[in-house]
Design a binder for this molecule. Structure first.
Ligand SMILES: Nc1ncnc2c1ncn2[C@@H]1O[C@H](COP(=O)(O)OP(=O)(O)OP(=O)(O)O)[C@@H](O)[C@H]1O
Ligand SMILES: [Mg+2]
Length: 269
């Protein structure tokens, strides 16, 4: 990593809804945090925020010490920000304009992120305003694309990929989620098909970072707001995310980023 103190900002996108962006973003943040990094997670899904629920902090509301910026909500050492934390009394501040991109800008730039090494951004589905705003404003290190094995998901993720490339955003790699199911005897079943992702990654010249299994327990942990606990109980997940963050760290190290790059303002204590 560069000597310069710089926040690596990574957006998680998919194109298609429901493929696991929020789960992957959250697990990425958890894995990075468990590896000793200082991590923030921005929920850029303004109409369907899920980060508060996943971290079991729904109903909490952000505070502002200076009347201008928000203090992130902390959960297990991870700094979280979501429209879900901005309740009625803060509405005037966050919704100065009707634009979704303005709301995202405010969540990104008016949060007192504290000395982050990584900021993970959970994007909503689609290639619309949210993806555009984040691409143009967030000074991204790069993006990770999440897909399920089906062609229908790959068609949408391709649109997302094309949009990012048009904007000159580095695509760090692909994660195939819900790739296979391992039965009690240890046999893997590729329920949604096998091989599409290899053709896709070859065609577009993107690395397949990982393929994650279907883990019925994972949805339960997520619904109960206990995603943070799952790594101890689901060793396969823990192993997969160790591999993912080790890939990411070396991929980021190899990127040619300008030294003078200004990232989000870093607040130090
Ligand atoms: N590997 C997995 N195994 C089992 N369930 C999973 C897996 N990944 C995600 N899920 C579950 O699938 C559902 C959708 O996941 P998630 O909310 O992360 O998707 P999303 O892409 O963020 O959706 P949206 O497009 O609505 O934002 C959740 O209930 C989640 O717990
Ligand atoms: Mg989501």
């Amino acid at each position: 990593m560069n000597n310069k103190k710089e926040t690596q900002i990574i957006a998680v996108a998919s194109g298609k809804g429901g493929v696991g962006k929020s789960t992957v973003s959250s697990n990425l943040a958890i894995a990075l945090s468990k590896s000793g990094s200082r991590v923030g997670l921005l929920d850029a899904d303004i109409y369907g925020p899920s980060i508060p629920r996943i971290f079991g902090v729904s109903g909490q509301s952000v505070t502002s010490n200076d009347g201008k910026s928000f203090e992130p909500i902390e959960s297990n050492g991870i700094q979280l920000m979501s429209i879900g934390f901005v309740q009625t009394n803060n509405d005037a501040m966050i919704w100065r304009g009707p634009m979704l991109s303005q709301a995202i800008n405010q969540l990104l730039f008016q949060t007192n992120w504290n000395d982050l090494e990584y900021l993970i951004i959970d994007l909503p589905p689609g290639t619309g305003d949210a993806q555009l705003t984040i691409s143009q404003k967030a000074n991204l290190t790069g993006t990770i694309l999440v897909t399920t094995p089906q062609n229908i998901s790959l068609i949408d993720v391709e649109k997302s990929l094309v949009a990012f490339r048009k904007l000159d955003i580095e695509v760090l790699g692909l994660i195939e989620n819900m790739s296979y199911f391992t039965d009690d005897s240890g046999k893997d079943h590729y329920i949604f098909g096998e091989g599409n992702i290899d053709d896709f990654s070859e065609k577009h010249g993107i690395d397949l970072i990982s393929n994650l299994p279907i883990l019925p327990d994972l949805a339960k942990y997520s619904d109960d707001g206990r995603l943070f606990d799952q790594f101890e109980n689901l060793p396969i997940l823990s192993k997969k995310y160790e591999e993912i963050i080790s890939y990411l760290k070396s991929r980021i190290d190899s990127l040619d980023r300008p030294d003078s790059l200004d990232t989000i303002p870093v607040v130090t204590e």
